[in-house]
Design a protein around this ligand. Structure first.
Ligand SMILES: NC(=O)c1ccc[n+]([C@@H]2O[C@H](COP(=O)([O-])OP(=O)(O)OC[C@H]3O[C@@H](n4cnc5c(N)ncnc54)[C@H](O)[C@@H]3O)[C@@H](O)[C@H]2O)c1
Ligand SMILES: O=P(O)(O)OC[C@@H](O)[C@@H](O)[C@H](O)[C@H](O)CO
Length: 431
């Protein structure tokens, strides 16, 4: 007999009042922000809107926004049904979007719109539209919390929203400036795309059919600027850490974890691996990864013992073989990710007169990826770069294209460019 579908009536899980709106209804929001909002003493409900495609709302609506969160340890899964999504909507439903942002009961908007979402476009335009509706309704101030992997993600969100507001109506820009806070956040929880096997595992664990479960790791961290506590103080007891400035935490996570991920995502497939955990068993990859982590120490102001503990924790998280975190997911959009994850580290090492070999392997792996090696290129912003790398007459000039994109001020650093070229040739012939 087919398992019953998740449903609020069946599970006696009434929807909590909507206090937050989310834009970019992907897996990460459901593993992270929705999970924290559910852990508050008085849980908040979320009205969640998809970003580019309606699929997630279409899958979740028949199950009343409920989904199974499978927290995957190295030896077992823990299954929990998360009730935070009180409403799920296609982001193209602009009437509902406007109504939700104009609701005085809504105090917070969270965003997971990927790095590409901060280049302007639909997400920013929708935010400007919603803020215009809020201003017209006199619904009061709002907090917009970016939860994307960007340095200074609050400032990045503010900049792109203000630009869209100015294009819409310059008087809206002044209103947003006065009424909308954009706290930055460091968000961390490895959340791969779920598979059919995960859907079957969720059903086995709960007895309910779930078209859209989420798989995540036991580790979770959210360090946010104090402005977020002002609007949702209950998040502190739910496990969120509040600080006046998240910059050091953001940089540590972006360089150590995300930079490490990117290194493996490009170098790993050349060695025949397709997941992060598989790479962690290969000394040809863990060597450069450890080297890269040494290099990140040049720009991170944490005490050495604390940094070593952080590295050890990330090493263990990467090695969790049951996660099945695919390198292809991480490799996407490298042209947007690599400057954020690598540039400052490369600069700092070169300023010391040293050669960042870990970073050079990362850049060499990306060069080969742009040339068609490894997983398929999924990076709309990289077409010209890929042409440049493919048509370069030699390895040195191909490396110069890559260095020039990631660290433009070091494009003429011939020693660095040479080192990237040497690693690329070595990695290509070993592949
Ligand atoms: N998955 C993780 O482990 C993780 C961890 C920390 C932070 N994040 C952040 O969350 C983002 C989303 O990750 P996910 O796992 O939910 O991915 P996902 O593929 O499950 O969902 C991506 C979401 O972003 C939307 N989107 C994509 N491009 C967009 C654009 N240009 N404008 C607006 N919306 C857009 C999609 O419609 C979708 O709702 C990441 O890009 C990253 O910044 C993810
Ligand atoms: O989500 P992206 O595409 O920005 O980056 C891929 C991974 O590096 C990332 O999702 C990590 O798993 C995550 O940042 C861990 O918190």
């Amino acid at each position: 007999m087919a398992a019953p579908t998740l449903g609020r009536g069946r599970l006696a899980a009434p929807a909590a009042p909507v206090r937050a709106v989310h834009l970019g209804l992907g897996a990460f929001h459901r593993a992270h922000q929705a999970w924290y909002l559910h852990r508050m003493a008085e849980p908040w409900g979320v009205a969640a809107f998809t970003g580019t495609r309606p699929d997630a709302a279409a899958a979740l609506a028949p199950q009343d926004g409920l989904y199974t969160l499978l927290t995957r340890s190295p030896d077992r899964d823990h299954a929990e049904i998360i009730p935070t999504l009180s409403e799920v909507h296609d982001g193209a439903d602009l009437a509902t979007w406007r109504a939700r942002l104009a609701d005085p009961g809504v105090a917070l908007v969270t965003l997971t719109i990927t790095e590409a979402g901060y280049r302007g476009g639909t997400a920013a335009e929708r935010l400007a539209l919603g803020l215009d509706a809020r201003r017209a309704a006199g619904a009061g101030p709002l907090t917009i919390a970016s939860c994307d992997n960007l340095a200074g993600n609050g400032a990045a969100a503010r900049a792109v929203v203000l630009e869209a507001c100015t294009a819409r109506d310059p008087s809206l820009t002044a209103w947003v400036d006065e009424n909308v806070a954009f706290p930055s956040s460091m968000v961390d929880r490895i959340t791969p795309h779920a598979t059919d096997a995960d859907r079957a595992a969720a059903e086995r664990a709960t007895g309910y059919a779930d078209a859209a479960p989420v798989v995540t790791e036991p580790f979770s961290e959210w360090v946010a600027e104090d402005a977020l506590r002002a609007v949702a103080p209950g998040l502190a007891d739910a496990g969120v850490t509040f600080v006046p400035d998240v910059t050091p935490y953001e940089r540590r996570k972006l360089f150590v974890l995300n930079g490490g991920h990117s290194l493996l995502a490009y170098a790993g497939p050349l060695r025949g691996h397709d997941t992060v955990a598989a790479c962690m068993g290969d000394p040809e990859l863990t060597g450069p990864l450890e080297q890269w982590w040494d290099e990140t120490g040049c720009v991170l102001g944490f005490p050495p013992g604390e940094l070593a503990a952080y590295r050890a924790a990330v090493r263990g998280r990467f090695a969790n073989a049951r996660m099945g975190h695919r390198l292809a997911q991480i490799a996407a959009d490298g042209s947007l990710k690599l400057p954020v994850r690598a540039a400052d580290v490369v600069r700092a090492v070169r300023r010391r007169g040293a050669m960042p070999d870990g970073a050079a392997v990362l850049l060499a792996g990306w060069l080969l990826h742009l040339r068609g090696h490894g997983v398929a290129l999924a990076d709309p912003g990289a077409a010209a770069l890929a042409d440049g790398v493919r048509s370069a007459p030699d390895a040195h000039r191909a490396a110069a294209v890559v260095v020039g994109h990631v660290v433009p001020d070091l494009a003429a650093d011939h020693e660095l460019v040479d080192r990237v070229a040497v690693h690329a040739s070595r990695m290509e012939s070993a592949a």
